[in-house]
Design a protein around this ligand. Structure first.
Ligand code: FAD
Length: 397
C-alpha cells in the first residue's frame, strides 16, 4: 500500500486486516517493545491520516472469510462484501503450536502480535521463572529482554545448537556464550513432551523426553510459524507450504497476487522456490507486487536479509547460508570490534552473518547479490579494507 501511495496509484485501495491496529512492525514485539522501551504508536508504519489523505481505506478488525474468484468478491466477517479488480493476499503466518499434554494450561504464551507481546510483558517480573521452548531468534530475543528485567530464564532447544535453522556453528556458539554469561540456562538436545499443572490450572513445569521436569512460572513456546494459506486454499489457489507465486508475485489467477510470509515464491536470485519469514522479503515482494499492479515488469531478484538484536549485540545477515561448502571467519567472537562469518559455495559468496560489524553486512549485501567469487584469504585478512572488495580489483582468486 505504501509503495502504491509513493507511485501515485490512481485506483482505490482497501486494506482489510483482522487485527484492530493499523499496519505495524513485528520485530520490536520480542525486542524493545517487549522490554517496555517504546510505546505502541511507534510500532505503526504510518499514522492513520496518511492512508486516508491518500484516498485509501483501512478496514480494521475485520477478517476476510472467503474469496469468490468468479464474481471477484470477498466476503468479510462483518457480513459485508467487497468487489475487487485485483486482490493482494498478504495474510502472513501464524505460530506453530505445541500440541502436547497440558498445552492449554494458563501461563503458556506464544508471541506473534501486539496482544501477545503485551500479555507476556505483564508476566515478566523479576524473580519469576520463564521457560522458553525453542532456541530460535525470537525465543532468544525474548530471553535477552526478560533477563534484563531480572527474570530467570531457561531455554529448551531440541537441536544440537541455537538458531540452527538460520545460521552456522560459529554464530550459534557465540550466542550460546552470550546468553550463558547473562545467566540464561541453555539446554540443547532437549525435547519437550508436555506441561505440568500447578495451582488453579496454571503451568508449573515443562516435562522433558529424558524424564526430567523444568519448573516454570511462565512458558513461552516459540517453535516457528506456519504460512496462513487457508483463504487461498479454500479459493482453490495452488499452495504448498505457502501460496505459490511467480517472480512477479502472481498466483495462477491473473487477478490475485500474494506477498510476504504466506507465499512460497520464485525469486530470480535463487534456483528454487523459497518460503521466507522476514521483513526484507515482505517489503521486497510488496514492491514487486506494486510494480505488477502498475503494469511494470520488475521481477523479484534480491538477496534476502535479516537482523536480530540480543543484549548489546546486533546480528545482521544477508543471503541464505544453508548450502555453503566453506566458512570464513573475520575477526574474533571474543573481541569487542565485532566479527563476521562469510559463507561460500564453490568459492562464490552466498551469505554473510555479521556481529556488530555493519561494514561486513553492507559490503556483503553487494557481494552476495553479485554472487562474487572471492579468495577466502581476502575475507579473512583484517588488514584488507572490506570496502575495497566492492570497488577494488583484488576480489577474485
Ligand atoms: C516477535 C517477532 C519478531 C520478529 N523479528 C524479526 C526481525 O528481527 N527481522 C525480520 O526480518 N523479521 C522478523 N520477524 C518476522 C517478520 O515480522 C515477518 O516476516 C513479517 O511481519 C511478515 O510480514 P507479512 O506482511 O507477510 O505478514 P504479517 O506481518 O504476519 O501480517 C499479516 C496480517 O494479515 C492478517 N490476516 C491474516 N489472515 C487474514 C484474513 N483472512 N483477513 C484479514 N486479515 C488477515 C494478520 O492478522 C496479520 O495482521 C519477526 C516476527 C515476530 C512475530
Amino acid at each position: 500500500m505504501t509503495t502504491l501511495m509513493q507511485k501515485n496509484y490512481q485506483h482505490e485501495v482497501i486494506l482489510v486486516g483482522e487485527e484492530p491496529h493499523p499496519p505495524y512492525q513485528r520485530p520490536p514485539l520480542s525486542k524493545n517493545y517487549l522490554a517496555g522501551e517504546i510505546d505502541q504508536e511507534s510500532l505503526y508504519l504510518k499514522p492513520l491520516s496518511v492512508y486516508e489523505n491518500a484516498g485509501h481505506h483501512l478496514r480494521l478488525g475485520v477478517r476476510a472469510e472467503q474469496i469468490d474468484r468468479d464474481k471477484k468478491t470477498i466476503r468479510l466477517s462483518d457480513q459485508s462484501a467487497l468487489k475487487y479488480d485485483r486482490l493482494v493476499l498478504a495474510t502472513g503466518s501464524h505460530v506453530r503450536t505445541l500440541n502436547a499434554p497440558g498445552a492449554d494450561l494458563k501461563g503458556i504464551y506464544y508471541l506473534h502480535d501486539i496482544a501477545d507481546s503485551d500479555a507476556l510483558r505483564e508476566q515478566l517480573l523479576a524473580g519469576k521463572r520463564l521457560v522458553i521452548v525453542g532456541g530460535g531468534y525470537i525465543g532468544l530475543e525474548v530471553a535477552a529482554s526478560a533477563t534484563k528485567k531480572g527474570v530467570n530464564v531457561t531455554v529448551l532447544e531440541a537441536a544440537g545448537r541455537l538458531m540452527q535453522r538460520v545460521t552456522g556453528p560459529e554464530m550459534s556458539e557465540f550466542f550460546y556464550a552470550k546468553h550463558s554469561n547473562a545467566g540464561v540456562d541453555l539446554r540443547l538436545n532437549t525435547a519437550v513432551t508436555g506441561f505440568e499443572a500447578g495451582d488453579q490450572g496454571r503451568v508449573a513445569g515443562v516435562t522433558l523426553a529424558d524424564g526430567g521436569t523444568v519448573p516454570a512460572d511462565i512458558v513461552l513456546v516459540s517453535v516457528g510459524v506456519v504460512p496462513e494459506t487457508s483463504l487461498a486454499e479454500a479459493a482453490g489457489l495452488p499452495c504448498d507450504d505457502g501460496i505459490i507465486v511467480d517472480e512477479f508475485t502472481r498466483t495462477e489467477d491473473p487477478a490475485i497476487l500474494a506477498i510476504g510470509d504466506c507465499t512460497r515464491h520464485r525469486n530470480l536470485f535463487f534456483e528454487k522456490m523459497q518460503r521466507l519469514e522476514s521483513v526484507s522479503n515482505a517489503v521486497d515482494q510488496a514492491r514487486t507486487a506494486a510494480a505488477t499492479l502498475m503494469g511494470e515488469e520488475k521481477p523479484y531478484n534480491s538477496a534476502p536479509w535479516f537482523w536480530s538484536n540480543q543484549y548489546d549485540v546486533r546480528l545482521q545477515m544477508v543471503g541464505l547460508s544453508q548450502s555453503h561448502d566453506q566458512r570464513v571467519v573475520r575477526g574474533s567472537p571474543g573481541e569487542d570490534k565485532g566479527f563476521a562469518v562469510f559463507y561460500l559455495r564453490e568459492s562464490h559468496l552466498i551469505a554473510v552473518d555479521a556481529i556488530n560489524l555493519p561494514i561486513a553486512f553492507m559490503v556483503g549485501k553487494t557481494l552476495v547479490q553479485q554472487r562474487r567469487k572471492i579468495n577466502p584469504e581476502i575475507l579473512r585478512d583484517p588488514d584488507i579494507d572490506l570496502k575495497s572488495l566492492v570497488i577494488g580489483p583484488q576480489t577474485s582468486s
